[in-house]
Design a binder for this molecule. Sequence first.
Ligand SMILES: [Zn+2]
Length: 445
Amino acid sequence: MRLHQVLTGRHILDQLIDLRRTQWLGRDELEDLQNRKLIQLVEYAYQNVPYYHSLFDQVGFHPSDLKKDKTTFQRIPVLTKEIVRSNQDALQTTEIARQKRMIKVTTSGSTGHPLSFYEDSDFRDRFTAAVQLHLEWAGAELWHKHAYIWGAGFEVKAQQALRTRLIDWEWNRFITNAFLLSDQSLEDFARRVIRERPDVLMGFASSVHNFAHFVRQRPEFEISFKGIITSAEVLLPAVRNYIEETFHCKIFNRYSTRELDGIACECEAHDGLHVSLDCNYVEIIKDGKPAEPGEVGQIIVTNLDNRGMPFIRYQINDEGAWSKSGPCPCGRSSPKMGSVEGRIVDTFLAADGRKVWAGFAGAAYKCLVHPSIRQFQVVQESLDCLTVRIVRDGPVPQENMDQFACAIRRTFGDHVQVCWEFPEEIPVLPSGKHQYAISKLNSKP
Ligand SMILES: [Zn+2]
């Protein structure tokens, strides 16, 4: 890896060493560091990024305001995915030297709407180092074996495939493709896990759930890890328990998006997710004001590292809350998010106008975590009708279905009809992720 760094001019190790150190800083020091980075970013954006230059002028915000009064930051209007899509050029830096170190990234997005953006090499190094830091939290030291169930790309060209294999070798990891999870690929993956004994498994919550389900069907596969990182999807409590029991270890839930880096991750105390203060500035906004601990609001994130295309006050379309618990026993001082309550697009609506988070009923979903149920998806068709799709390996007890329908009616009203479908498979989104809850009443991107 050192050779790789020299050859490619990357600085992942330096960034990792920095992150390992800053995670133990006291809260005041961390906030000072964050403030400094925030001010530098905003100044840079004003000078070098046309979109922000005209936006700041428009709303009467000047970067020097921030030095005197941090609340002025909220004068900057939020950046939506729509704005990113329609201002691709104006959002990029005009600094020529940095432009040369930028690459275009396209994510298919959790909702299946693609988003393109540019990242510079500083951000890319930081991003990679932050993943490694959280792998270390979960039990995989640098270069120790770890495994992924992830949305791997389809390397059509031999050269790309070779490069991918080289990078996997360099990091000492192996990956199975979450796009293509079949009984055969899960079996191959399970055998490799038993052979190579990776310390940590990382994957989309639904893919890891899928793998756990597979392993439970096959008693000859006795598998354990030091820790598991789930990411990119909401982790339902019932699914968490099922996975932890299957693999005899704890889950370290991680909140990240491709355009922002790792935003927060659970530590060994498993009581909320520590926000990476030196990578992102996170706001939770409720009714236009900063939310109190425990109060669910919109998550707005400013990434502090990607100057190539700065994301300032970016609205991710997720909701969450600050943790109410006191100092963390792990010794890290960064604030914690108590919960990330899911994509706003997954918010269900009740007939009386209530918005219901798609993870509305941990108890209800518990009925859908059963040895015969390989995968499920709940679709709100209308205010009066929900469809539950189940991919099953065997008979699903009527009792589970009745309990689920009962929980749905308790939440949405007695008039709601629950329809059951049993397809052969549920297609994943273009990102390779599985969306377990879809509301057709709520189609905001
Ligand atoms: Zn902690």
